[in-house]
Design a protein around this ligand. Structure first.
Ligand code: ARG
Length: 294
C-alpha cells in the first residue's frame, strides 16, 4: 500500500498483466517416439515412454483449458512422431495460414496434414514456396514478425512470410544448434503493442543463442526484455506460452520463473520432460490460431 494515490495507480498500471484469450492447435502425441535425429536433443538409442508423453501433454492441454483458452486438435498420423510439435505446422494471422515446408525429409509429410486441417477449418491457406517451419521460427510481436534462420527456416522464407502478411519482418540468426528454432530462444510474453508502449510488447530471450548482429537488434528494439540465463535456456525455459498474464513454463527454469514474477506475470509450471527427448517443449506443442471463422 502506498500513501500516495498517484504512485499506487502507476504501480498497478505497470504491474498488472491482462490475460488475453487464446485459440491453439495441438496434436496428441499418440505416435510420439524418437526414431531419427534432426536436432541435438534427439537420441534414437534412448528409449521413450509414449504413455508418459501423453500424460504430460494432457497436463498442458488441461492447463490451457483451465485458463479459459480454446484448443483445436489435429489427428496424429502414424509414422509422423514429431507431429505433436504443432508450432511447426504453420503460421496463422487474421485467418490466413502460411503453410510449412519442412527442412528435413523426416517431417515432410506433416505439411499436407496441417495444410488440409487449415483448409477444412475455415482458414485461407497460403502455400509456401520456401522452406519454413511455421511458428517455430516466426513470432508475432505487435505488428512485427520476428523471423529466425540459421538452422531450419531460410532467409527466403522471411521475405515470403512478409509478402503473405504484409508486415515488417525482422530476421534474426540463431547460432547454437541446441536452439535451432526461434521459439527455443525467444518467448513472446505480451504481443500487444500500443497500450502502455514498449513495456507492454515484452519478450524474453536468450542472448547467447544469437549472432552479434541479432543480439544488437534485440537490445535496441526491446530494451525492457527479460534476458534469460544460459542455464534456464538450456532447459528450454524460453519454449513457453503466454496469454499476456499467465506464462506456461518448464518447472526447471527457476531463474526465469523469478524474473517473470518480478515483472508481474504469473508463471504456471508444466513439465514436458518426455517431449524434450524430441527437442521440443511447451511452445513447440502449441500453435496459435489468430482469426479465422468460429
Ligand atoms: N523433433 C522436432 C524437430 O526437430 C522438434 C520440433 C520442436 N518444435 C519447435 N517449435 N521448436 O523438428
Amino acid at each position: 500500500m502506498s500513501a500516495n494515490p498517484t504512485a499506487a495507480a502507476v504501480e498497478t498500471e505497470t504491474n498488472e498483466r491482462v490475460q488475453q484469450h487464446r485459440r491453439y492447435l495441438m496434436c496428441r502425441p499418440e505416435h510420439f517416439t524418437v526414431s531419427y535425429s534432426i536436432n541435438p536433443w534427439m537420441e534414437p538409442s534412448r528409449p521413450t515412454d509414449t504413455d508418459l508423453a501423453l500424460r504430460q501433454w494432457q497436463s498442458l492441454y488441461d492447463t490451457y483449458v483451465a485458463l479459459g483458452h480454446e484448443i483445436e486438435l489435429i489427428d496424429p498420423v502414424e509414422g509422423l512422431p514429431d507431429m505433436v510439435y504443432t508450432a511447426n505446422g504453420g503460421f496463422v494471422i487474421d485467418g490466413v495460414a502460411y503453410g510449412p515446408k519442412f527442412r528435413f525429409r523426416e517431417r515432410a509429410d506433416e505439411a499436407p496434414a496441417f495444410i488440409d486441417w487449415f483448409a477444412a477449418n475455415g482458414f485461407e491457406v497460403a502455400e509456401p514456396v520456401e522452406v519454413n517451419e511455421g511458428e517455430g521460427d516466426f513470432l508475432l510481436v505487435g505488428d512485427t514478425i520476428l523471423a529466425g534462420t540459421g538452422f531450419r527456416s531460410t532467409g527466403d522464407s522471411h521475405r515470403e512470410v512478409g509478402e503473405v502478411f504484409s508486415r515488417e519482418v525482422v530476421s534474426l540468426t540463431l547460432t547454437d544448434p541446441r536452439f535451432y528454432h526461434l521459439d527455443t530462444a525467444i518467448a513472446v510474453l505480451d504481443p500487444v503493442e500500443g497500450v502502455g508502449g514498449v513495456e507492454k510488447a515484452n519478450i524474453a530471450y536468450l542472448p547467447n543463442a544469437f549472432d552479434e548482429r541479432s543480439q544488437a537488434i534485440l537490445r535496441e528494439r526491446y530494451p525492457d526484455a527479460i534476458r534469460v540465463s544460459d542455464a534456464d535456456g538450456a532447459v528450454f525455459g524460453l519454449n513457453s506460452a503466454s496469454d499476456g498474464k499467465n506464462v506456461i513454463i518448464s518447472p526447471r527454469a527457476k531463474g526465469f520463473e523469478a524474473q517473470l514474477r518480478e515483472r508481474g506475470y504469473t508463471p504456471v509450471l508444466v513439465d514436458l520432460s518426455e517431449l524434450l527427448l524430441g527437442g521440443g517443449g511447451i511452445k513447440c506443442c502449441t500453435l496459435e490460431l489468430r482469426g479465422g471463422t468460429r
